[in-house]
Design a protein around this ligand. Structure first.
Ligand code: PLP
Length: 403
């Protein structure tokens, strides 16, 4: 890469943080105030006349939250960012701002389950129609476009659990064919370190900051990044809907963001190592990791990403019970939902996220009973690998893989 590569360390540590802080503090203080004092009614008048260089009330903004927003904007290369109390608050507030009754939205079919639920069930109820498009299916995307009606195209990249990569310039051209439409990418799995969608024609980037941006499994947050006017409109609606981030979590998020480049680079490296190891094991049917040549989007990932991330999905050569025994036998990896933090987490999607469906229903949406999702943490790569190998031994000791 050329030397216009972002200076990640400097952006992460210094980005968005004002130099002169209250009380000469070196770190951004937590401003735990829900409301802010005005010196006089004259000052209040000036504020309402548009002099917004100060705080008013916590639902509209907070200095600690703002520092977090500016740091994320710096990392994303965005004009502005807005923080929310969760990734879902960011998704729902953004879609409410951009869509009205009669509009149409295109969503890739393996988007986060709650995003699909919100679009299908809640936006559908408001007369906002949606079309699901399989990632990688260009013909289906073209066919779904309704110029004039389509106002949002929303995709994730990489997706969950198969780590499919959306061809961002292709999606941007689809957006260009629809006047007034915005292209949104939920880039939670990539982080700004591995992918910068705004530089590839995307209008808004959303993150569940609960995952890599926070990075320590100790906070919930969501972020929206993009052009200042668009982000401001979403932020104004945040002030109405109320899904703002609290200053304590903003402080933890800022703290986590300072090590984001270090963490993500290490997780990229560990995940590549583990993915290659699993791919060589006969007890593993198939590994899904964009850093492997066997992944359907490997070439695309190499072109538009600078790292392949810390999540690996794989199918065991066995039954639902082999997969459960494998997960249960892990001693280092923790069974838990979520991803992107310092602890390695493992889950069996059939049992964790899709438990209410039958095997047949799960297979129809591509969730196999023997599928495992692993989010590598920052433990030593050798220890994570050894844990997985001993768990494979345990899972297949009693019952070898079916012929
Ligand atoms: C977790 C997640 C969300 C939801 O974020 P929360 O912070 O849990 O509300 C949205 N999109 C993706 C891709 C996620 O992984």
């Amino acid at each position: 890469m050329s030397d216009d590569k972002p200076h990640w360390g400097t952006l992460a540590v210094r980005g968005g943080e004002p130099r002169g802080k209250a009380y000469d503090a070196v770190t951004t203080p937590i401003v735990a105030s829900s409301t802010y004092a005005f010196g006089s009614t004259k000052e209040l008048n000036r504020y309402f006349e548009g002099d917004h260089q100060r705080e008013e009330y916590g639902r509209y903004g907070n200095p600690t939250v703002r520092a977090g927003e500016q740091k994320i904007a710096a990392l994303e290369g965005a004009e502005a960012a807005a923080l929310f109390g969760s990734g879902m608050a960011a998704v729902t507030t953004t879609l409410f701002e951009l869509l009205k009754s009669g509009d149409h939205l295109i969503l890739t079919s393996d988007c986060y389950r709650r995003t699909r639920q919100f679009v299908g069930r809640f936006l559908g109820r408001l007369g906002i129609e949606s079309t699901l498009v399989e990632p990688g299916n260009e013909a289906a995307l073209q066919q779904a476009l309704q110029p004039g009606r389509t106002k949002v195209i929303l995709t994730e990249s990489p997706t969950n659990p198969y780590l499919r990569i959306a061809d961002l310039p292709l999606y941007a051209r689809a957006r260009d064919a629809c006047p007034g439409a915005n292209l949104i990418v939920d880039a939670t799995f990539a982080t700004p370190i591995n992918q910068r969608p705004l530089q590839q024609g995307v209008d808004l980037v959303i993150h569940s900051a609960t995952k890599y941006l926070g990075g320590h499994n100790d906070l919930l947050a969501g972020a929206v990044c993009g052009r200042a006017g668009l982000v401001q409109a979403i932020q104004d609606l945040r002030g109405v809907l109320g899904g703002v981030l609290d200053p304590q979590s903003a402080f933890l998020l800022i703290r986590g963001l300072k090590t984001l480049p270090l963490r993500v680079r290490q997780q990229n490296q560990t995940a590549q190592h583990i993915a290659q190891l699993l791919e060589q094991d006969t007890r593993v049917r198939r590994v899904f990791y964009p850093g492997l040549e066997s992944h359907p989007d490997h070439a695309l990932a190499k072109k538009q990403m600078s790292g392949f991330g810390g999540v690996i999905s794989f199918r065991l050569s066995g039954t639902v019970d082999h997969a459960s025994r494998f997960v249960d036998a892990c001693k280092l990896a923790t069974i838990a939902p979520s991803l992107g933090a310092v602890e390695t987490l493992i889950e069996q999607p059939a049992i964790m996220s899709y438990f209410e469906l039958t095997t047949g229903q799960r297979e129809a949406i591509g969730i196999f009973d023997d599928l495992i999702r692993l989010s590598v943490g920052l433990e030593d790569a050798g220890d994570i690998a050894a844990d997985l190998l001993q768990a494979l031994d345990a899972a297949f000791a009693a019952a070898p893989p079916p012929a």
